[in-house]
Design a protein around this ligand. Structure first.
Ligand code: KMH
Ligand code: ZN
Length: 274
């Protein structure tokens, strides 16, 4: 059976740096986290960065420095977020690709996001997809809702396969306003994916464990990290991203699908070796 691709999403754009001491917000913290998470079994890092005040930013110079530093210190596949924060504009989100990462996230539709809206209208999704193809950045299709799967089919139908030739998706489940993080929904979403696509799943907050266990049982891959949950268990804050990766790696090993190395992940995702 296939090994398990583990992605770590260590920071995100939403968590308050002041309220979550273990959240990696500086470049030094992010690199340290990347090293620890690679040792724990992660192969991909999904990156959001913060400014000097700990607020989310899409500054391209800072993104370039981040890509370079992670490449220098780790073998991880560096996937930059093009989702940013709900307040980020489309131009800034498109410009993320100028930092020339290995991979990027590409959300396939708009979704209510708690009290906010994470906006991804068709025109933006199309432009971003075409830019990934032009620049050879391998997209990971982020699916927050079943309707996003329909948009993924439309993208592939109108514009052909992604850079690297392989379709890999991440089901982001349990966002208030998106699809729920439960087994029945995961199975329905997976059944709707394009033929040949592979997928990871992410359960936000308290859906972390049910989604992780269901994904392993259904043959999928895993994303974990402090972008998605700040609690390791009820009433027990996460002490760092590495322990979330360690838990995912242990469950994957128990399922007899041990973690992929970053080099295996590159071949799996269609990302050229460095
Ligand atoms: N921060 C969310 C609004 C992505 O990284 O591509 C969007 C997000 C998705 O995290
Ligand atoms: Zn993200």
């Amino acid at each position: 059976m296939t090994a398990t691709l583990i992605t770590v999403a260590p920071t995100g754009a939403e968590a308050d740096a002041a309220a979550a001491a273990a959240l990696p917000v500086t470049l030094a913290d992010l690199v340290k986290t990347g090293i620890a998470c690679e040792q724990a079994g992660a192969a991909v890092i999904h990156v959001h960065i913060r400014d000097d005040g700990g607020r989310p930013t899409l500054g391209v110079a800072r993104l370039k420095d981040t890509v370079a530093a992670l490449r220098e210190a780790t073998g991880l596949v560096v996937q930059l977020s093009t989702g940013g924060a709900v307040t980020d504009g489309f131009e800034a989100r498109l410009a993320v690709l100028d930092a020339a990462p290995d991979a990027c996230s590409l959300t396939c539709g708009t979704v209510n996001f708690g009290d906010e809206v994470f906006a991804n209208p068709w025109g933006f999704v199309r432009d971003l997809y075409q830019r990934t193809q032009e620049l050879g950045v391998v997209p990971e299709f982020e699916l927050f809702d079943l309707g996003h799967v329909a948009t993924l089919h439309r993208l592939l139908g109108e514009f052909g396969p992604p850079a690297g030739g392989h379709v890999h998706c991440d089901l982001v489940m349990g966002v208030p306003g998106g699809m729920p993080g439960d087994a029945a929904t995961l199975v329905a979403a997976v059944a709707a994916l394009p033929a040949g696509a592979t997928w990871s799943a992410t359960g936000i907050g308290r859906t972390t464990l049910p989604v992780m266990l269901t994904a392993l049982a259904a043959g999928g891959h895993l994303r974990v990290g402090m972008e998605d949950t700040l609690s390791f268990a009820r009433g027990r804050p996460v002490t760092g991203n590495a322990e979330l990766v360690e838990r995912a790696a242990a469950l994957a090993a128990l399922a007899q699908r041990p973690p992929m190395t970053p080099w295996e992940a590159r071949a799996f995702l269609g990302i050229p070796a460095r």
